[in-house]
Design a protein around this ligand. Structure first.
Ligand code: NAD
Length: 495
């Protein structure tokens, strides 16, 4: 697939339904992580651009066509947006693969098909009275002789949402924020990662084509300083952030200080628990997936493999064989199972973690090098055995293709190890006994748990989010909608 021929979206911020001129003192050079070639340059928003984007979103929230639109109209607008995006899926796929390095076979589902499914869900929610509306109620006199009055509860939008997203699933993360925000009647200022802004700029392009009213979707490009300006502006009612816990904690401080609403979807160091009675084919597949899926650049990957001592050696053999069968290389090749990391700095970080763990006594069961690639930011899928849960390699999020294997003696120890983490995003239990697996899942202090491979699909209908340092609040489903709304009770007298 010749990525160089894929048309790029306009390379600057999008304010009040128009792209700004791509010229300014700051720009981000967007690099293809598989080839190290420059894909393009995106002008970073200046202070006045961020100010204008928030102003446009504020006007559309307070006085524009969006705030006075009906649920049906909002639903139709979201459907128009998803139709425009769905007509351009090949281009979205090519650009997502080019900017993230995610292998095309995985990207077609997780980075393009899944997000469009999510957006269709929110177009549907926008017109569902069971989720958006509350029927009026009346109170009658105790003797039943007449009506005293009544009340109704309105679910109202918050206003302006600042949505800040990470680099790894740029199209999905954008859609997961604009879906519920717009369905509930808010307007949005998006700030994509400076490493992968094209997916979000494509959504802006589609919003223009779909005829969304001015100011409903705005995009500001750039890095931390652009994000800081967004989160501290008093015109922003909700900051919805997906990214690392250290940036999330900084954002929480700034947003909480001005008592605005906050949703944080952060990192993880989730556990895969392989019970003594586990089907080792299922466990090995899940283990290999947790290392190689998007080169380990996924928040919910189960990178701590907690394995019953009775099956430890057989599991390790199975895992190493499975990982060895995965082809690492060109993400545009449909046979590729694992692509590069996002940048050289991510490879260096991964190398450092592996090096330090080996110094502490870890044994490299497979991987541990960059492999033989002549270009691109590659690191081989790596399994480390003989690891202690107390070491940094088992406690910190690496965001590279590395898993650690830690033995346990019984279920209590498995749970103790799994929950001995500052994170609490996901988990996975493999056991042939469904009741045992379910009971263990209930004991994990995490926002979600898969059992025996799980459904392999992140449904828009079920909440997603983390315990502890993995986040605050939930995305998706009715719980996700709640984050983007507030409730007003209107009480009236009958007399
Ligand atoms: P990051 O935290 O470095 O950056 C995320 C976003 O925050 C970027 O747009 C960045 O420009 C912006 N930012 C950085 N500093 C900021 C500041 N001071 N104020 C405002 N904005 C600021 O994350 P990343 O490296 O892009 O992504 C990887 C991280 O994202 C991992 O920790 C991963 O676990 C997490 N993640 C979480 C989820 C989830 O749903 N829980 C999903 C995907 C990724």
């Amino acid at each position: 697939m010749p990525m160089s021929t894929t048309p790029l979206p306009p390379s600057a911020s999008f304010v009040a339904n128009a792209f700004l001129e791509p010229s300014g003192p700051r720009e981000e050079v967007i690099v293809n992580p598989a080839t190290e070639e420059v894909l393009g340059r995106v002008t970073s928003a200046e202070d006045r651009d961020v100010d204008a984007a928030i102003g446009a979103a504020r006007r559309a929230a307070d006085t524009g066509a969006w705030s006075s639109s009906t649920p049906r109209e909002r639903s139709a607008a979201l459907e128009a947006l998803v139709d425009v995006l769905a007509s351009d899926t090949q281009r979205i796929l090519e650009l997502v693969v080019a900017e993230t390095g995610c292998p095309i076979t995985a990207a077609a589902g997780h980075q393009v098909g899944l997000p469009l499914d999510h957006l269709r869900y929110w177009a549907d929610v926008a017109r569902r009275p069971d989720l958006l509306g509350h029927p009026p109620r009346v109170t009658v006199r105790p003797d039943g002789s007449g009506v005293l009055g009544g009340w109704t509860v309105r679910r109202e939008p918050l206003g302006v949402v600042a949505a800040i997203t990470p680099y790894n699933f740029p199209f999905l993360q954008t859609v997961m924020k604009i879906g519920p925000a717009l369905a509930a009647g808010n307007t949005v200022v998006l700030k994509p990662s400076p490493l992968t802004p094209y997916s979000t700029l494509m959504v802006a392009e589609a919003a223009q084509k779909a005829g969304l009213p001015d100011g409903v979707i705005n995009v500001v490009t750039g890095g931390a300083e652009v994000g800081e300006q967004l989160i501290t502006d008093p015109r922003v009612d909700l900051v919805s952030f997906t990214g690392s816990d250290h940036v999330g904690s900084r954002i929480a401080g700034a947003v909480s200080a001005r008592l605005a609403r906050l949703v944080l979807e952060l990192g993880g160091k989730s556990a895969l628990i392989v019970c003594e009675d586990a089907d080792l084919e299922i466990a090995g597949k899940a283990g290999a997936q947790s290392i190689t899926f998007h080169a380990g650049q996924g928040c919910a990957l189960t990178t701590r493999h907690l394995v019953h001592r009775g099956v430890l050696d057989r599991y390790l053999d199975m895992l190493v064989a499975r990982v060895g069968a995965i082809r690492v290389g060109d993400p545009t090749d449909p046979a590729t199972g694992m692509g590069p990391l996002i940048r050289e700095s991510a490879v260096i970080r991964t190398e450092r973690y592996v090096h330090d763990a080996v110094q502490q006594g870890a044994r490299v069961a497979t991987g541990g090098t960059r492999g033989g690639h002549d270009r691109g930011f590659y690191y081989e899928p790596t399994v480390l055995a003989d690891v202690s849960n107390a070491w940094p390699i088992a406690r910190e999020e690496i965001f590279g293709p590395v898993a650690v294997v830690i033995p346990f003696a019984d279920e209590d120890e498995a749970i103790e190890l799994a929950n001995d983490s500052s994170y609490g995003l996901a988990g996975h239990v493999v056991s042939k006994d469904p009741a045992r697996a379910f009971a263990l899942a209930c004991r994990l202090r995490t926002g979600s748990v898969d059992i025996n491979g799980g459904p392999g699909y992140t449904s828009p209908e079920v909440p997603f989010g983390g315990y502890k340092r993995s986040g605050v609040g939930r995305e998706n489903g009715p719980q996700g909608l709640d984050e983007y709304t507030q409730f007003k009770t209107i009480k009236y007298h009958a007399g």
